[in-house]
Ligand binder design. Structure first.
Ligand code: PMP
Length: 404
């Protein structure tokens, strides 16, 4: 069992008040909060060994390089990648996806087909649309049903020998649906297509084993798993990373440069041009240490309890509708109350110290599907409590009585 009191004491921000009320932070799907252990890793870097990496012979540079590469090893171990150099540090999921989409420009041709799910974040839609514009490939959509589950029967029909790539999130940020990625990957591979899974929303809740999944690319952002913003990772199978051209040119990513010709460094440096977010990478490793010490199985179990309780209590409110009722879902609840705009609900909740997200959650196609402008989204992390769910319910009822 998780010791929630002890866990909460690790997060300094959870002690603060917002608008005169104790903060109830329920916007974890957007960004998680940062424990002292990760803050300490950031401070330690700047206080003790801030230096540029990989090039320096001096002690600070070597210390920083060692810690940065140790962080890569932690990420490799966490996701069970076969090689450390299959982990590319990026600025986050958006950067990771753009890196792959850009690289596929030279591997995709007119008439090829790319499948993307109907419940993607914009960062897993727009880069592929841009790729299609550049190459003449066709973007096709795997639809979803009213519950917010992918129509796997239609997926089967869409797959064919023209399908070159399939992109899907592991967990939807707007609905919380956990997608059947094992089946998606296996079926895509049968027609020879590569698969990228956007793990931005899955990484805080479960551990993806990239070798067991046999996934070609997997991405995540550190700021959703108790790490800092501006850093994330791309896992790519070695043979795919070797096939893709570099995304950006610059220092660190070269073997040799002359004005006639440049040769590129090997993996992972080929994709890591310029000075990276060194401190961020190290803190990403510290965040994984922190979460693994708590344990993902315990985290998932506890978050499920929060989800069940919050769902049950929210559904008692007259006129409240939850979007995303998949059997297999994580601790994200998107809802609306008939006659109330999500923005108005979010503003009143904020006055009560409750942080939720309102709007389209960078997933406009989902809002179009449900014919709504947006939702109120409460997303729970392992440091939230059942008491905080009660505060949310009281807040929603209060907002309802004020707005209707
Ligand atoms: N995909 C999903 C499913 C997300 O939830 C997010 C963040 N909301 C992203 C991609 C983009 O992540 P980032 O902004 O960290 O690049």
């Amino acid at each position: 069992m998780l010791d929630i009191k002890k866990i909460r004491a690790d997060f300094p921000i959870l002690k603060r008040n917002v608008n005169g009320k104790p903060l109830v932070y329920l916007d974890n799907a957007a960004t998680s909060q940062t424990p002292q252990q990760v803050i300490d890793a950031i401070v330690d870097y700047y206080q003790n060994y801030n230096a540029n990496i990989h090039r320096g012979v001096h002690t600070l540079s070597q210390e920083a390089t060692d810690k940065y590469e140790q962080a890569r090893n932690k990420i490799q171990k966490h996701f069970n990648a076969a090689k450390a150099y299959e982990i590319i540090f990026t600025s986050g999921t958006t950067h990771s996806i753009n890196l792959v989409a850009n690289g596929f420009s030279s591997l995709i041709k007119k008439g090829d087909e790319i499948l993307v799910s109907a419940m993607e974040h914009h960062s897993n839609i727009v880069p592929w649309q841009m790729l299609c514009e550049r190459t003449g490939a066709l973007l096709k959509v795997i639809p979803m049903n009213q519950e917010g589950e992918l129509r796997m029967d239609v997926y089967d029909e869409l797959l064919n020998n023209k399908t070159k790539l399939v992109f899907c999130n592991h967990i939807s940020n707007a609905l919380g649906t956990i997608n059947p990625i094992e089946e998606i990957i296996e079926k895509a591979h049968k027609v020879g297509a590569a698969v990228l899974i956007d793990g931005a929303q899955a990484a805080p809740h479960l551990i993806a084993d990239v070798q067991a999944l046999d996934v070609d690319f997997y991405t995540c952002s550190a700021h959703k798993i108790c790490g800092p913003t501006g850093v994330g990772m791309l896992y790519g199978k070695e043979n795919w990373l070797n096939k893709l051209p570099p995304y950006q040119g610059g220092g660190e990513m070269i073997a040799e440069v002359t004005f006639e010709k440049t040769t590129y460094a090997g993996l992972p440096h080929k994709f890591e041009a310029g000075t990276p977010n060194i401190c961020g990478g190290i803190a990403f490793g510290a965040a994984l240490d922190y979460m693994n010490a708590i344990g993902f199985e315990e985290i998932a179990k506890y978050e499920h309890e929060l989800l069940e309780y919050a769902t049950q209590e929210l559904l008692k409110i007259d006129g409240l509708k939850i979007y995303g009722t998949a059997k297999n879902k994580t601790s994200v609840i998107s809802f609306n109350i008939e006659g109330i705009h999500p923005y108005d609900m979010g503003s009143i909740l904020d006055k009560l110290g409750i942080a939720v997200r309102t709007g389209h959650h960078c997933a406009q196609p989902i809002m179009d599907f449900y014919k709504i402008p947006g939702t109120v989204r409460a997303s729970f992390a392992f440091y939230n409590t059942l008491e905080e769910v009660d505060v949310l319910i009281t807040g929603v009822l209060k907002a309802k009585s004020m707005l209707l």
